[in-house]
Design a binder for this molecule. Sequence first.
Ligand SMILES: NC(=O)c1ccc[n+]([C@@H]2O[C@H](COP(=O)([O-])OP(=O)(O)OC[C@H]3O[C@@H](n4cnc5c(N)ncnc54)[C@H](OP(=O)(O)O)[C@@H]3O)[C@@H](O)[C@H]2O)c1
Length: 290
Amino acid sequence: MSTIAVTGATGQLGRLVVAALLDRGVPAQSIVAAVRSPEKAADFAERGVQVRDADYAQPETLARALRGVDRLLLISGTPGNRVAEHGNVIDAAKQAGVELIAYTGILNADTTTMLLAADHQATEQLIKDSGLPYALLRNGWYTENYLMELEATLANGFVGASGQGRFTAAARADFAEAAAAVLTDDAHATNVAYELGGDEALTMDEAAALLGDAAGQSVAYTDMPVEQYAAVLVQAGLPEPVTQVLADASAAIGRGELFTDSGDLQRLLGRPSTPIKTTFDNALNTEVPA
Ligand SMILES: NC(=O)c1ccc[n+]([C@@H]2O[C@H](COP(=O)([O-])OP(=O)(O)OC[C@H]3O[C@@H](n4cnc5c(N)ncnc54)[C@H](OP(=O)(O)O)[C@@H]3O)[C@@H](O)[C@H]2O)c1
């Protein structure tokens, strides 16, 4: 049985990947949760998952964490210094001689001009240069991104610069299950890129209407030029560089850069992606136990 490591395993996606690996019957002791905060992974350890200290910024932890690992999922880290940090993980993977490195990148990485994509494009290049067999999991938007400021969205609606562009979001759990499918496929082809997106190609107007349906109220989408949207984000108190990236990401939908009809996600899942409305319904109508 191959040993499979997941970095960032205490993050939202990482937790779902570990759960999906267990669901697929991977023995807990064959899974390495490579995390920078082992105290957050006590529940994994209780289930028998190997928890190892792995900070992208501390190469010595990475060398130890990846010892004996056959297949590795590198979950992209937090913007800042992450290309160098990812480079540390790739170096350690090479040292460990992993047979597959999978990386959670961004949709349409070959062509996208999104500011947010630059780190992912640079990381993909480092992976290719390493000579390691790879699988690029180019994730589209998580549906959950639209639930992040739920209270404010229900009060004021969505604001953005996406125009009538269409995007193909999917639930975080779908992307996690797809990653688990790649990591557990013994006959997996190497040096492949998956363009991962959901079945539904929505405009922001349509996404707002679906959220409104789930919430039982009307939710509007207000579209504006990208500079104006950036100014709105500044006014909301976000730091200037972040506002540029976020406004550009919204405009990227208008440019079609967060759309795919590749069918890659659905093939890896062996089923359709989770309907957007289901994710919205689950978030809004989850019963709170008495
Ligand atoms: N496709 C999308 O819509 C979308 C949206 C947002 C983000 N993303 C990208 O996808 C990644 C996973 O998403 P997510 O929702 O799981 O994000 P998340 O919950 O913020 O998880 C990020 C994970 O990265 C870990 N991490 C960050 N810096 C690290 C470092 N220096 N060393 C080791 N681990 C480090 C964090 O560790 P801790 O648990 O210790 O904090 C956390 O486990 C994000 O990090 C981001 O790159 C994609």
